[in-house]
Each structure stands twice: as C-alpha cells, then as structure tokens.
Design a protein around this ligand. Structure first.
Ligand SMILES: Nc1ncnc2c1ncn2[C@@H]1O[C@H](COP(=O)(O)OP(=O)(O)O)[C@@H](O)[C@H]1O
Ligand SMILES: [Mg+2]
Length: 260
C-alpha cells in the first residue's frame, strides 16, 4: 500500500492568541483508501482537512509537517486535491452555468479548449448521474435541487482528475435519502478512479458504512485511528465510545458488523 500523504505533529491556531484548533495530529493517508474523519461539531475536523488541502486562511499559524510521498512535489490547488464543501449553494457560482463551472477545472488544469471543456462537463455531469447532462449544463445552480447541486459540486471537484477527494460534511444539508445517494456516488467515483477519499462527517453511521478506516477527533486531537470494523467493535477512546453510544441511543440503523 503506497502512502499518499503523511501528517506529522500538525498543529493549527487561527489567531495568534487563540488556543490551537488542531493539536499534534499525526496521520498517514494511504493511496486509494476511504478515510472517514468523525467527531462532534468543533472537534477540529474541518481544520484538519483544510490544512491538508492548503485551504486555511492566511493568518492561521501552522506547525508540524504535511508530506506528500504519493505526489511528485507539493499538491497543486484544485488539481491534485478536489474539495467538496457542505453547502453547494455557496460553493457554486450563481452567475455561471453548471457546465461552465464544471468545465472550468478541466480547462484550467487539463488545458482543454472551450469546446472540449463543454463536452467534458457533460461527461462529468453524466458521471455523477445527473439526467440530460447536455441540457443541464446550460442551467444555473438555483434551478437545481440541493442534491443535484451537490452532484454538480462533486463533478467540478473531480474535473481535474485529482488524486485526493476531500468531502467535508457534504451530506449534512441534505435529507436522508439524498444523503445515501450522494455517499454511494462518492464511493463509486473514488473506487472507479482509484482516488483517495477523506470523508468528514459527524455521522458515525454514515462514516462506518463506507470507510476503510475511521479517524476520531475530539478537542482538536486525533483520539483514535483504525480499521472501521475494529474501531466500531472495540473503541479505545472514551470519545469514540460516546459517539457509538449516542448513535445506539438514537436507534438509527445498525453499524458495521450488525449491532442488534
Ligand atoms: N475560520 C476560523 N477562525 C477561527 N476559528 C475557527 C475557524 N474555523 C474553526 N475555528 C475554530 O476551530 C475549532 C475547530 O473547528 P472546526 O475545525 O471547524 O471543527 P469541526 O469541523 O469538527 O466542526 C472550533 O473551536 C472553531 O470555533
Ligand atoms: Mg466542520
């Protein structure tokens, strides 16, 4: 198994005076794996993946190291790492057509002509299972449903054929049925293309349904990391056990391994 990225003692503070939002996180990400980052709101999940993707605000102070043994050199923004945000309503540009923004990554990073990018956009829209992709390419984001917009955002994120896809709470704003469909789509895409997926969620059931490994965050620290089935069956950290207990209390569907 080759390693895509390696974080060593990563620490991040957003302000000079504030306590770190991420403290001493060390983590290797294997090429081709689905790694879920789980934890309560405010535990540092987004800070971790923003640091990984080079998307922290400029004022943020970062120490430790992020290595990319799986890439030749540092990752290029939007090229080697595709990023999908929670709210496609704000990540999509309202004045550009769906086709223009999905084709943009292919134009910029793969050097496609305008016409070729248009064809590529339609191909990508069909890959994310949007109906009538040629027609849809001329629509504007506000004309689509939330689930369709998230599919468009995913199509845009994979346009430059990144090695790593980061999905930060991408289903949190969607209803449960659409959530499941979007998660299935992500898994289908990363498995088909051999991409690595870092899937951030506060939803343990969602994470354990798809992830090869779970990384559990609490208070800015990585408190547990392991193969999904092992972590769920025998959590080592109190915070992981609490996430599992909260989940069972809510009587939501069974976790991996089939809880009663
Ligand atoms: N842009 C920001 N500026 C200042 N503080 C931030 C910023 N983003 C997050 N934080 C703080 O960092 C901590 C971790 O937040 P975050 O990484 O967003 O957690 P999560 O994604 O798990 O909800 C929180 O205390 C949060 O308030
Ligand atoms: Mg977050």
């Amino acid at each position: 198994m080759t390693m895509l990225a390696s974080l060593t003692d990563l620490t991040v503070a957003y302000h000079r005076a504030s306590p770190p939002s991420l403290s001493g996180v060390s983590l290797d990400i294997a090429s081709g794996e689905i790694l879920a980052i789980i934890g309560e709101s405010g535990s540092g999940k987004s800070t971790l993946v923003r640091a990984l993707a080079g998307l922290l605000p400029e004022r943020a102070r970062l120490s430790g190291a992020i290595g990319w043994p799986g890439l030749d050199g540092a990752p290029r923004a939007g090229r080697d790492i595709g990023y999908v945000f929670q709210d496609p309503g704000s990540s999509l540009n309202p004045v550009l057509t769906v086709g223009e923004q999905v084709g943009e990554g292919a134009r910029r990073h793969l050097g496609l002509s305008r016409a070729a990018a248009e064809a590529e956009a339609a191909r990508l829209l069909s890959r994310v299972h949007l109906p009538e992709p040629e027609r849809l390419a001329h629509a504007y984001p506000h004309q689509l449903s939330g689930g369709q917009r998230q599919r468009v955002a995913i199509a845009g994120a994979i346009a430059a054929r990144p090695r790593l896809l980061v999905a930060d709470e991408v289903t949190s704003a969607l209803d449960v049925v659409v959530q499941a469909a979007i998660v299935d789509l992500l898994v289908e895409l990363v498995r088909a293309d051999g991409m690595t997926l870092v899937f951030v969620t506060h939803d343990l059931a969602l994470a354990s349904g798809i992830a090869d490994r779970l990384a559990v965050m609490a208070g800015g620290r990585l408190v547990e990391l392991g193969p999904t089935a092992e972590v769920v069956a025998a959590p080592k950290a109190a915070e992981t056990a609490a996430l599992i207990a909260a989940h069972i209390d809510l009587a939501t569907p069974p976790l991996v391994g089939g809880a009663p």
